[in-house]
Design a protein around this ligand. Structure first.
Ligand code: FAD
Length: 384
């Protein structure tokens, strides 16, 4: 048993940390304030190889996938990026976990060759369209239709809450090819953003991760060739669930990053802020908050790395990914709440990053399966 990162992962962590500190931190507050993602940041992640972590070398990947380390590498990087900016973190997480990993696992060589090299280089950004007005936690209740017409499918429907929709170059879209079976009637399609019939609808005004564009994706008589269908008709729900296992590890890593930032910022502040003639960090009430949160964040990271290692090694991670996301997202929210408390009035001000972290933390308990859904997944796995 070894709890240290190997040489490649350590080097990758260093690259991600330096990039996050040097290039993301200067724009993080601005992206949140202006509710606008800085696309140059994504291009830089491409140059650094961070968009290529989950892609095979054959299709432009960075080699981590080939060495059974794709999910571990993604987790290490996502912790570092999210420690500084959760909007950048979720953009990268969706691109890696919900688009590139999905295509790597479920696509054929022709599809991979068409999309993955551009995704690896950061020239293209990927997004994932599952949620709809009536299909949230109950993702199987898809209403979006894909009707076969010659060698094409014609897609109609509205996808909601789509991360990066405003900037994405390609989407994986889940749509119904059969009304007879609920989940077995769902099929996954690759849909380029510039395809006729794809429209970006309303952009959500959000509490947190405001730098990430979350929009409706409207499909209006969108003609998609059958060569863009992934893994066969009726495989969409299986693909969606399997992909979410990987995605949940990414969101759990996001929670570890935000939670770690909260503990670090609160610790530094507690050393400097004096009341009653001494640093507030001398008070046991403050020390215990820091100790409890640091412990929960460390435990979260271990759960993340276990789930990532399982997935990289082809071992089921359904329960492990759900546990990591459930625990890490709850730990992150407690750390964020306590960080605001330790900062006192300053924690309530936009002058300090903990205010942003507090808002950003909340989403980790909601997307890619709410905490309630994670508990359902864990309970089902326990019951066999
Ligand atoms: C910022 C943001 C970004 C997102 N990005 C994407 C994206 O890129 N792609 C995408 O497809 N989707 C995305 N989503 C959608 C997200 O995955 C859903 O919001 C989430 O799965 C919850 O669905 P819902 O909002 O419809 O809530 P609902 O399913 O309506 O749930 C409402 C409440 O009921 C509870 N509940 C529901 N069913 C049960 C049950 N069986 N037992 C107990 N409690 C239950 C839930 O836990 C929750 O507390 C995003 C959402 C947000 C907010």
């Amino acid at each position: 048993m070894d709890f240290t990162l190997n040489e490649e992962l350590s080097l990758l962590q260093k690259t991600a940390r330096e990039f996050a500190e040097g290039e993301v931190r200067p724009v993080a507050r601005k992206m949140d304030h202006e509710e606008k993602f800085d696309r140059r940041i994504f291009a830089r992640m491409g140059e650094l190889g961070l968009t290529a972590l989950t892609i095979p070398e054959k299709f432009g990947g960075a080699g981590f996938y080939d060495n059974k380390m794709a999910n571990q590498a993604a987790s290490v990087v996502l912790e570092e990026i999210n420690r500084v900016c959760a909007s950048t973190g979720v953009t990268l997480s969706v691109h890696m976990s919900l688009f590139s990993s999905l295509l790597t696992k479920w696509g054929n060589d022709e599809q991979k060759q068409r999309f993955l090299p551009k995704m690896a280089a950061g020239e293209w950004m990927g997004a994932y369209c599952l949620s709809e007005a009536g299909a949230g936690s109950d993702a199987g209740a898809q209403a979006c239709e894909a009707l076969k017409d010659g060698s094409d499918y014609v897609l109609n429907g509205a996808k909601l809450w789509i991360t990066s929709a405003e900037y994405a170059d390609a989407f994986v879209v889940m749509a119904r090819t059969s009304k007879e079976h609920k989940t077995k009637g769902i099929t996954a399609f690759l849909v380029e953003a510039d395809r006729k019939g794809v429209k970006i609808g309303k952009k959500e005004k959000k509490m947190g991760i405001r730098g990430s564009a979350t929009c409706e994706v409207l499909l209006e008589d969108c003609r998609v060739p059958a060569v863009n269908l992934l893994a066969g008709e009726g495989k969409g729900f299986t693909i969606a669930l399997d992909t979410l296992d990987g995605g949940r590890i990414g969101i759990a890593a996001q929670a570890v990053g935000i939670g770690r930032a909260c503990v670090e910022e609160a610790l530094e502040y507690s050393k400097k802020r004096e009341q009653f003639g001494q640093p507030i960090g001398n008070f046991q009430a403050v020390q215990w908050m820091l100790a409890d949160n640091a412990t929960r964040i460390d435990a979260s990271r271990l759960l993340v790395h276990r789930a990532a290692w399982n997935r990289d090694n082809g071992i089921s991670c359904v329960k492990e990914a759900a546990m990591a996301k459930l625990f890490a997202s709850e730990a992150c929210n407690k750390a964020a709440k306590d960080a605001v408390q330790i900062f006192g009035g300053n924690g309530y001000s936009k002058e300090y990053d903990v205010e942003r972290f507090f808002r950003d933390a909340r989403i980790t308990q909601i997307y890619e399966g709410t905490s309630e859904v994670q508990r359902i997944v864990i309970a089902r796995a326990l019951a066999g």
